[in-house]
Ligand binder design. Structure first.
Ligand code: PLP
Length: 536
């Protein structure tokens, strides 16, 4: 607490009303992130090789502190144990995950929305923020579905409808989409009062199906597994359709899977197309999948959590052709809309679709109210839509186009660097701005291709371990960062471990990408990795 570490009323009043002095620890941090957030992160996050287990020891006590402490004392703890040990996700050499830098104005606006503390669940606590969020959803609806201008006025602020739902991320967005699909499939019908009322068991009995299924490619995001679990579909009924050599859903395999479901009397609830797979950034054949969904009479959802903003680009929008035929689309704002963590959206083509999940309560969310909470999975929600609104208004379509183009072109450059390097193998070509590769020394590459399957598997198993160690050492050194995953490689007829690079930070230069490879080449000289390579 500010004055004295004592729990008395006067001190409590002060911490609610009087801010920290600028020269205090918290005041100084506040000033530093206001003046130069990039510089602050650069100097205060110290890359250490401290193991996680050691850091856990700083957070091991289960006793809630009895006595109050000084804010400055606590802030010193934050600085030393949290800030210093954080991950510098905004660093231009951090090219392994979907979290990167954001434009400077996001930070003061995020502080402003914290200060306003609006609760978007209901108009009574969010007045102007409610229409603003509805506008954001309408803008994305327009970006995806391109409905004529006169389509929007009756719907945009209509209490009976919603063009989408704002939420904390892609996971909740995907769950919401499948929730709507499920409730529409089992809508009230005669004596049956709908699944929302009667539950899945009765819904199946009413319709005579054995079960319901969701079809997605093998590259589908794990959030769909959570959705299948949560919505009573069951993970077994999340049908993972094999992909082709470009990590896109194989349409023959899709038809095959549909036949099997039909034979088992399982009703396809939804077909999910991916616009930008999390691991490889590929886009499913959305147009053809829309046709299949139409034939099946099932919901067509496009998970564009990552790739959705490609629609901003005149040059690359065509890669997502067919997305406009979706019933629902997920877009994560905290990915390629460059909003800080905790913002996602699902948009519905039919503005009345969300009525399938409408919920009311007596004290809020009353019938006919414009409360957003009647159509969202989450209850109390912050006004994060402001940050999306700000991005769209300040950066604009053309600004986002530039960011998207930059990322896709940088991925092409990186792919070229990898291809030209004798000791690396490009394991997936970038379609958007994600690629995978692995360390595979020149001397191994040729014999590996011609080796017998058993020998191939043996070598690949060793290369998998090399890949794992390279990624681990690189992460621990903390200068640059790539992630890793396992992918099926048709060339070797099996799964291999690969490094994964996501190129969305506009501050990442070609020079930094060259450094990433150089660092990896240095890492493989370490004895543990050399020992593995010698076994090949
Ligand atoms: C990131 C991602 C998600 C999940 O989003 P969260 O914001 O992490 O919940 C879903 N689908 C795809 C394709 C993604 O890339």
């Amino acid at each position: 607490m500010p004055n004295k570490a004592r729990a008395d009323l006067e001190t409590l009043y002060r911490i609610f009303t009087v801010p920290e002095a600028p020269e205090s620890t918290l005041g100084a941090i506040d000033q530093a992130i206001t003046d130069d957030v990039a510089g602050f992160l650069q100097t205060h996050i110290v890359a250490t090789e401290r193991p996680l287990e050691e850091i856990e020891a700083d957070f091991a006590s289960v006793v809630i502190p009895e006595e109050p402490t000084y804010v400055s004392e606590y802030t010193e703890f934050v600085q030393e144990h949290l800030v210093a040990q954080s991950v510098h996700t905004a660093a231009p050499g951090f090219v392994g995950h979907m979290t990167s830098a954001f434009p400077y104005f996001m930070l003061p606006l995020a502080r402003l929305l914290t200060a306003l503390n609006q609760n978007l669940v209901k108009v009574e606590t969010s007045k102007a923020f409610t229409p603003m969020e509805r506008q954001v959803l309408a803008m994305l609806h327009h970006l995806i579905f391109r409905c004529p201008d006169d389509f929007y006025p009756p719907w945009i602020h209509n209490s009976q409808a919603a063009l989408g739902a704002f939420c904390s991320g892609g996971t909740i967005a995907n769950i919401t989409a499948l929730w709507v699909a499920r409730n529409r499939l089992f809508a009230p019908d005669g004596n049956f009062r709908g699944i929302a009322q009667e539950g899945l068991a009765r819904a199946l009995r009413h319709t005579g199906y054995e079960g319901i299924a969701v079809l997605v490619s093998e590259r589908g995001h794990y959030s769909l597994g959570k959705a299948a679990d949560l919505l009573g579909i069951g993970r077994d009924q999340l049908v993972r359709v094999p992909t082709d050599d470009h990590n896109r859903m194989d349409l023959h395999a899709l038809r095959e899977a549909c036949r099997r479901l039909q034979d088992a009397n399982i009703r396809p609830l939804a077909l999910v197309g991916i616009a930008g797979t999390t691991e490889t950034g590929n886009v499913d054949p959305l147009e053809a999948m829309a046709d299949v969904a139409q034939e099946l009479g099932c919901h067509f959802h496009v998970d564009a959590a990552w790739g959705g903003p490609t629609l901003f680009s005149d040059h690359y929008r065509h890669l997502l052709a067919g997305i406009e035929r979706a019933d629902s689309v997920t877009i994560d704002a905290h990915k390629q809309l460059y909003v800080p963590m905790g913002a996602g959206m699902v948009v519905f083509k039919d503005p009345t679709a969300v009525s399938a999940i409408e919920h009311h309560a007596a004290y809020i969310l009353r019938h006919g109210s414009k409360d957003l909470g009647s159509h969202t999975l989450e209850g109390s929600r912050p006004g994060k839509a402001l940050l999306v609104h700000a991005g769209l208004s300040i950066i604009g379509r053309k600004g986002y186009e530039l960011l998207i183009d930059l990322g896709i072109e940088r991925a092409k450059t990186f792919a070229q660097l990898i291809r030209q390097h004798p000791d690396f193998e490009l394991t997936s070509e970038p379609e958007l701005n994600i690629l995978t590769y692995r360390y595979c020394p020149a001397a191994v590459q040729k014999p590996l291709i011609t080796a017998q399957p058993e020998e191939q598997a043996r070598i690949n198993a060793l290369l998998d371990q090399v890949c794992l160690l390279v990624q681990k050492h690189q992460r621990e050194a903390g200068r640059t960062f790539v992630s890793r995953t396992r992918l099926h490689a048709s060339r070797y007829n099996g799964e291999i471990t690969v490094l994964r690079s996501v190129l969305a930070n506009p501050l990442t230069t070609d020079e930094i990408l060259a450094t990433v490879l150089r660092e990896e080449c240095e890492i493989v000289r370490q004895p543990d990795i050399q020992a593995l390579l010698h076994q090949i």
